[in-house]
Design a protein around this ligand. Structure first.
Ligand SMILES: [Fe+2]
Length: 268
């Protein structure tokens, strides 16, 4: 039985489920990767910091390979097009600073990606090609009392990608960061405005590697804003978010490389 397949939502405690000898050592390295995350340039006022990397994962063998980064002004980035093959969406270009190589080589991260992928399920037609895994390291950080860090969108929403998994790495000196899961009909609403019976799950991720996954079409999800906790000094909530999408052969009419602009085309 798969809870994720039955209900669109599942909770996992990966510290229990992924036990191996060097787990603590590898977890410590992943935790340190959150110490110097650059600010999210697309939302600097939200007190959000992030790095990103994209990998492909092979069906059946579960081999993982990181896609190459782009270099801009000697810094590594992963470029990102929303609706990559659709010429109507050329404005939806973003780039995120890349995860560091040592993070991409971390054995625990690889185990987490593989664990998540094995939880996913697909139509046969979508499963003929490798899958795309987008790996976000996201930190919400608040330095002073009264400051807030906000996830976006700040309501019950769907991501538009088939599967997303969230893995808590660190929760320190904060209030908030409360998760809620509901039905697609409640998309765009705040959890306090829905019927209690419509709340499929609500919880805090508190310990490192406490995790959850959603199959997007069946649920909406929400995480509440974060403020500083009881102690002096800053507070933070660090999480790894992993989403999976199929890579399917595109319709030739929608492929940019079929438009014949050879001067703009490059050897890769
Ligand atoms: Fe989301």
């Amino acid at each position: 039985m798969s809870r994720l397949k039955d209900t669109g939502f599942a909770y996992y405690d990966l510290k229990k489920q992924l036990q191996y000898e060097d787990l603590e050592k590898d977890l410590q390295q992943l935790t340190l990767a959150f110490d110097h995350l650059p600010i999210d340039e697309y939302a600097p006022h939200l007190n959000r910091y992030r790095r990103y990397a994209r990998a492909i994962i092979m069906p059946k063998t579960y081999d993982i390979q990181w896609l190459p980064e782009s270099t801009v002004n000697k810094k590594s980035y992963y470029e990102y097009f929303q609706g990559s093959f659709n010429p109507e969406y050329t404005g939806e270009y973003r780039r995120f600073p890349s995860l560091k190589k040592e993070t991409m080589n971390n054995r625990l991260l690889e185990k987490i990606i593989r664990f998540d992928f094995k939880e996913t399920f697909w139509m046969r037609e979508d499963a003929l090609m490798p899958f795309h895994a987008g790996v976000h390291f996201v930190k919400l950080q608040v330095d002073d009392e009264g400051e807030e860090a906000v996830s976006s969108p700040n309501n019950l929403h769907q991501d538009g990608e088939p599967f997303t998994f969230a893995h808590l790495i660190k929760r320190h000196n904060i209030q908030g960061g409360w998760n809620a899961i509901s039905h697609p009909a409640n998309r765009g609403k705040m959890p306090e405005d829905i019927n209690k019976a419509d709340m499929k799950a609500s919880f805090y991720l508190e310990e490192p590697l406490e995790s959850y996954g959603v199959y997007d079409p069946l649920v909406t999800h929400y995480v509440s804003k974060v403020k500083t906790g009881e102690k002096q000094g800053p507070g933070e909530r660090c999480a790894i978010l992993i989403d999976f999408q199929p890579t399917v052969i595109a319709n030739p009419d929608e492929v940019r490389s079929m438009r014949g602009n050879t001067t703009e085309m490059v050897f890769v």
